[in-house]
Structures are given as C-alpha cells and as structure tokens.
Write a protein that binds this ligand. Structure first.
Ligand SMILES: Cc1cc2nc3c(=O)[nH]c(=O)nc-3n(C[C@H](O)[C@H](O)[C@H](O)COP(=O)(O)O)c2cc1C
Length: 765
C-alpha cells in the first residue's frame, strides 16, 4: 500500500445514518453548554452565521409597506434583538452528517420569513392549516421530488418517508442530490435535504421500506396520515398500501412520471371506492403479494401504468427492456413535474379545494405542441385500396371464360367442395376466397381486398392461400370418388384463380382424412427428434406435386440459426409501416376468448402468447412506437419469442419450387398444404413462419417496392443465410413451417360461413 492510499483509508468515513438536525437554543445556560461542548469535541465543525440578513428579512416581512433604506433596515434588524446578544438569539442548528453549525431564527420567525413569498398563493391561515398535515411518501424517486416540493412550500407538519433503497449514481438523472450522498438510504438522504431547507419540519424515516409489519405504524403512529403519496415500484406494496389507506380513509395520490399521469383516490370522501379506480377489481389481490415473476406481476402492473395511454417513447422503451435498456426510463423533467403536481394537489386537497378522484394527464408534449408540426407527424402509410370481390365482379370475370363441355357438378357436390375449400389455411386467416357454380364448373376467385398485401408484390401469399384452397377441393372430391380438372388462371386474370371441372373417377387420397384435423399450432414443443419416417411421409406427399421439393432441418444448431433468420425477418416486418399495418390493422383481432369470437383474422388467443408477450404485442400495435424502434435500429426483443419457439421445435420444413411463375407458385401452395396435412396426420404441430421468404420474395420479384434500401439489403442477407443453412441450390423457397411435438392449440382460427363466400348471383346452370 502506498502512502496516499494509506491516508485514504485513514480518512474520516461518512456518517450514513444521522438525519435529524439538533436544534440548540443559546438563550439558556444549558444550550450554551451544549454548544461549547460541541465546538470543543468536534474540530471539524464549520460555523455558518448569517443571522443578521435573516433579521433584515424578518423586519421587512413584518413591515411589508415600508420602503427601507439599507442603514435603517440594519438598525431595525439590530433593534429587533431587543438587547439580546446576537449569538444568543434564535437557534443554532447542528447538522451532524456535515459537521455544520448554522445560526437561524427560531421556528416562528424562521417560518414567517421562509414562507413570506408564499403569500397570498397560500394565506397565513392556510399555511397554519397545512402545518398540521401529516403526509406519507412511499418510494423516493418521484417521492423525493414530491417531498422537497412539500417541504419548500411548508405544507405539512410531519412527513413520513418509506424506501428500503439506497441512492445510486444512476438515480442522479432524476433525483436532485449530491454525489457525496451516494450509498445513503433514500429516506435518510431526503430527510437530510429537508432538514437543510427547514430544520423545524418533522420527518420520520422508514428505511426498511413498507412492510406488513410497519404499515400500521406508518399510517397512524403520531396521528393518522392526511395523505399517502404512493410512488413505489412494488405492485404488492401498491395494493397493500391502498387497502390500508381505504380502511383508514386516507386519500392516495400517485404520479407515474410519464405523460404527467396522475391518479387521485379519495378514500377519505369515498370510503367505498375500489382501489386503483377498480382497474384491478377483477383480480385476486392476494396474489399480488405472491407475484414474483414479470408474468405474475403484469396483470397488476398494466392497469396502473395504463398501457394504451403510455407515451410513445415509453412504449418503445418497454419493448427494449432487458434488451438494450435495463429498466423503465424516467426523466428529471417528469419527476420534477410529478413533484410539483403532487404538491399542488396536496395543498388544494388539504384546504378543501379539490375533492375529486380520478386519473389525469398533464402531458407537456400535448399541452405544449410544436406549432411547426414537429418531426413526429408521420401519419399512417398510404394503403392501396383493392376492389373487393363482389358478386358483380365475379360475374364480370366469369363472363370472359370460354365455355368448355364437361360433366356438371351438382349443387350438393359444389357445396361440399366449398365447405372443404374454406378449411384451407390463409395468411392472417383472411380467407381471401370466393366461389361460384357456373355452367356446372366451380369457379374459384381471389378477393384482393382481403388477401393482397403491399409487401407481397410477387403475389406469393395469394398463391399459397389459393393453392391450399384448391388442394382441399381436389382432396375432398377424391373422397367422393371424383377426379377433377383444375385450370389455373383460365382467363389470365389473377383474380379468377381456377376453373374446376369433373374429369372422371378416382380413389380417395389418404391425405383427405386430415382436412379437419389440420390447423396452425403455435404452442411450444418438447424438442423431441423427428422420426425418419415422418420426414419420408411428408416428402412423399410433396413429391406428388410437380416441380416442388421439400427441405427438412432438424439439427439443433441449424434450428437455432434459422430462429435468428426468422426472428430477424419478423422484426423487420413489424417495424415496417406496411408490414405493421397488415399485422395489427388487418389481421389481428384483440377479442378475448370469452367475448364473441371473430370469424376471420388472427384472434389473439391463437397466437399462444405468454402474458408478457401479449403486452408486448399491445404495445407494438402503436405505429409511432415502432417508428421509434426503427429509427433506433432496435426492436430485437421481438426475436426472443422466435428463439424460444425454436428451442422447443423438432424441425423446420421448407417447400421450394423449380417454377416460380404464377401457376408454379399456385402448385407450390398445393404442395405446402399437402406437407402440412401429412405432418398433421402424424400428430406433428405445424407453425408457418412466412416472414423471411415472403419479404425477400417482394424484394426479388417486385423490386422491393415500399421498402428502403437498407431494409431490402437486410432481407436479402437473411434470405442468403436461409439458403445457406438449408443448402438450397436453384429451387425458389416459397414456404416454411416449424414442426413440434406440442399439446393441442389453445384456440383454433374460425372460418366465415360458406354463405359469405359463395356468390349469391344465380348463374346459368
Ligand atoms: C401463406 C400463409 C402465410 C402464413 N404465415 C404465417 C406466419 O408467418 N406466422 C404464423 O404464425 N402463421 C402464419 N400462417 C398461418 C395462418 O395464420 C393460419 O393458417 C390461419 O390463421 C388459419 O388458421 P389454421 O391454419 O389453424 O386453419 C400463414 C398461413 C398461410 C397460408
């Protein structure tokens, strides 16, 4: 050890505990003895004596109408001492933690001068009322700001502070304290700061924080609280403290330091009022105390923070927690504002000028809007409107067909085929199909209004959806012993997808038995290995479709690599305004299972989300928050879900085609459906992962319209990586599905009734 570090170790250590100033009255012999002893005992004592300027202010405050000349004021200040030696006047306050001895006016005169500039915003009578109030503050980040504002306004007689935490450097972005206070318990720190503003204010600290053991004491010892300011992070304490407040009829105020959100609960005036405005009334509150994981805490946290009303930056940050940021961001401006708002509310509540309960936003961004429009005014992306597939449009398209003779389908056969057709999968469950029986043929139409996506210029999705739909028709016909002739795009217009005619007899295709069984299952699996015969059976099902190939991955490292590719593409999809619009505005249905279930789109329950993930989805629904993540090149939290899904997967299958033209892709859609059915037949859960192929297809076949250059580049990189992992050569990939051994899905997507998809127009038989 060298000399200076030795000296460092021998230096005085800070006092981490004392927080009460010692008030010594020098007018008594006893007080003088204490002062003498102190000055002799502690050589580090520093004396601050500015009594004379306080006396001058006192004289002015007592005679507000007098215009004082400096000399006259000095004289009046000296005269105020009435012969008492100045050093024996007022009080000497000893601050043990800083070894300071400060000469001040005694309480009545001190308070008069210190609150003089409050007049008439606070009258003397009001100030007297406030000086009898007891306020409890739990949580000392916003709570520090509140406590200091209350202390400066002198709007309490006693303040009780509870927080078990110590002051860290990262707190100093919003807690106004000196670096010498790092390591102090936050209650001790605030008590000291208040004492340094006003040593006469009574502050009681609970440095162990609020516990079931000290709750009663905190609320009632020394007299019942007049107000609880609740600013802590713990859901359990939030609930516990409110239950006690309600029992004792103590009002509660909370500032959430985002968008100036402030909550007032007047349990004093409304004893029956449910806690937290009833927002957690549906929950078992006893569980709040037991909640340990984020999953368990979430149902309680969400109503408190108000997911839908959070600021955009808060939402975006929420998706970054444990990814690029450790925890919630909180700014000094918000915390200081919170302190001001709560101090204002407390004063008006204490003086009977504010009696309401409720939730308010005092949001500076909303109140002080940039008149120039600001950089944030992005708005929704323009969306191309497609013409819906109406009966009239179907008829007009069908009129362009040339008649070809064939055995006519009966109405009954047609109905049965349509019932099977609509069980096909479709992207976002948008079911973009419509059907018509015309001249004994089944005509299949694609409804672009439902099924087109601006990020699918290569028309991959319609091909997959409609290919699967046609395969269902073919399979169902086989169970009726009927062979079909299917003409793809018979008029060259992609809206009329196929004409289906009878072409003889055939035997039932065994895959047809699985039409009703097949579904999307996004549940996690048990990572069991895929048996060889499973892959063989799926490959055989695909091999029946010309030009298509199956590629299977089951190695764990390869699956983990593909999770990065798929997760990466999913991330890009939600960050892109058009992809975001497709998912959140067009496909997702937020209805919960207990409510009336939607007949199309992706019901949130089918996504098998953990509650934390569902919250992430709700947050991600905010386009502006996604714009921010895109701007920050963030949002990698979205990939976590995919990673977890792939850790439990058994395999990943990819369908590819040698013929990526319109009818080749339609065939590939058939192959996709056959592979899916073959997997379902073996009890394998299937979860499509379309994003990487779909988005890169758009870049390759539609010039990446609507996508920025870097966005396209990232997609092509992901595509290259995918080709590399699958060792694909020339075939064009069209679809991927994650395979697992998993429990049955929680919910299955529903279908619109056949009446909604069959043309109502009576056509010539
Ligand atoms: C072309 C296409 C793309 C799809 N892409 C995805 C996808 O990226 N992620 C996903 O979870 N499901 C995807 N799905 C599954 C559909 O959402 C699902 O088929 C639809 O909701 C109907 O539900 P079902 O398969 O249970 O009948 C896709 C389906 C198709 C046909």
């Amino acid at each position: 050890m060298n000399a200076w570090t030795e000296a460092l170790n021998g230096a005085f250590q800070p006092d981490l505990h004392s927080h009460r100033p010692v008030i010594i009255r020098p007018s008594s012999a006893e007080g003088q003895a204490v002062l003498q002893d102190l000055l002799q005992r502690d050589p580090r004592i520093v004396v601050h004596d500015h009594l004379h300027s306080q006396l001058r202010e006192l004289v002015k405050a007592l005679n507000p109408s007098v215009k004082w000349e400096a000399a006259a004021l000095d004289e009046a200040a000296r005269a105020h001492l009435a012969g008492v030696p100045a050093e024996e006047y007022g009080v000497w306050v000893h601050y043990p933690w800083s070894h300071r001895l400060v000469h001040l006016l005694d309480e009545a005169e001190f308070a008069l001068v210190r609150t003089d500039r409050n007049r008439n915003k606070i009258t003397k009578d009001e100030q007297a009322i406030l000086s009898g109030k007891r306020v409890g503050v739990i949580g000392l980040s916003v709570g520090q700001s509140v406590s200091l504002a209350l202390a400066m306004e002198r709007s309490f007689g006693e303040l009780r502070l509870a927080d078990f935490d110590t002051l860290d450097l990262s707190n100093l972005n919003r807690i106004r304290s000196g670096v010498q206070s790092l390591g102090l318990n936050k209650t001790v720190n605030v008590a000291r700061e208040i004492a340094e503003i006003d040593p006469f204010l009574q502050v009681t600290v609970y440095p162990e924080g609020i516990t079931e053991g000290n709750l009663e004491d905190f609320f009632t010892r020394g007299g019942k609280l007049d107000l609880l300011v609740e600013e802590c992070d713990s859901v359990a304490v939030k609930i516990l403290a409110r239950q006690k407040a309600k029992e004792l009829r103590v009002p509660v105020v909370m500032d959430t330091s985002d968008r100036g959100l402030i909550d007032v609960e007047r349990f004093d005036l409304e004893p029956e009022r449910p806690i937290l405005h009833g927002l957690v009334a549906h929950l078992d509150l006893a569980q709040a105390a037991k909640a340990r994981t984020n999953e368990e805490k979430l149902p309680f946290v969400i109503p408190v923070i108000g997911l839908d009303t959070m600021s955009v930056r808060m939402k975006a940050s929420m998706l970054e927690i444990e990814s690029t940021v450790g925890t919630w961001p909180q700014l000094a401006s918000s915390v200081v504002l919170g302190g001001a708002l709560v101090a204002d509310l407390h004063r008006r509540m204490a003086l009977g000028q504010f009696t309401s309960s409720g939730r308010w936003f005092i949001d500076p961004e909303e109140l002080l809007q940039d008149r120039g429009g600001g950089p944030n005014a992005k708005g929704q992306p323009p969306l191309p409107g497609a013409e819906p597939m109406s009966d009239e449009l179907m008829t007009a398209l069908a009129n362009k067909l040339e008649t070809v003779p064939s055995d006519p389908l009966s109405q009954e056969q047609f109905d049965r085929l349509v019932s099977a057709a609509i069980m096909a999968p479709s992207a976002g469950n948008l079911q973009p199909w419509r059907f018509m029986l015309r001249e004994g043929c089944l005509l299949v139409f694609h409804d672009a209004e439902r099924g087109d996506s601006p990020l699918d210029g290569g028309r991959l999705i319609p091909a997959m959806d409609m290919g699967a739909c046609l395969e269902n028709i073919r399979l169902e016909a086989s169970t009726m012993g009927l062979a079909l002739r299917i003409d793809a795009y018979p008029t060259g217009d992609h809206r009329l997808v196929a004409r289906v005619q009878l072409s003889g007899r055939t035997s039932a295709d065994p895959l047809a038995a699985n039409l009703a069984l097949r579904c999307t299952n996004r549940k996690k699996g048990d990572a069991r290995a895929l048996p060889k015969e499973a892959t063989t059976l799926i490959a055989e099902a695909v091999a029946q479709v010309p030009d298509c190939s199956l590629h299977m991955l089951d190695h764990r490292d390869a699956l983990a690599d593909m999770a990065e590719v798929i997760g990466g593409a999913e991330r890009l999809r939600v960050l892109h305004p058009l992809g975001h619009h497709d998912l959140f505005r067009k496909e997702l249905r937020w209805t919960s299972r207990s409510e009336e279930r939607p007949l199309d789109g992706l019901e949130i329950g089918t996504l098998e989300l953990k509650s934390t993930e569902e919250v992430g989805f709700r947050v991600a629904a905010d386009r502006a928050a996604m714009d921010l993540l895109a701007e920050w090149d963030a949002g990698r939290g979205f990939m976590k879900m995919t990673r977890e899904q792939f850790q439990s997967a058994s395999g990943l299958m990819l369908i590819a085609t040698r013929r990526p033209d319109a009818s080749g892709l339609l065939e590939a859609g058939r192959a996709m459906q056959r592979a899916w059915l073959a997997a379902s037949a073996q009890g394998i859960a299937v979860h499509p992962c379309a994003a990487p192929i779909l988005l890169s297809h758009h870049v390759r076949f539609a010039g990446g319209k609507g996508m920025s250059e870097p966005f396209q580049r990232q997609l092509l990189q992901l595509r290259d990586r995918m080709r590399e992992i699958f060792a694909l050569e020339t075939d064009e990939p069209v679809f991927m599905m994650r395979l697992s051994y998993a429990p049955s899905p929680t919910a299955r997507s529903l279908r619109r009734p056949t009446s909604a998809v069959i043309a109502r127009t009576k056509s010539p038989a």
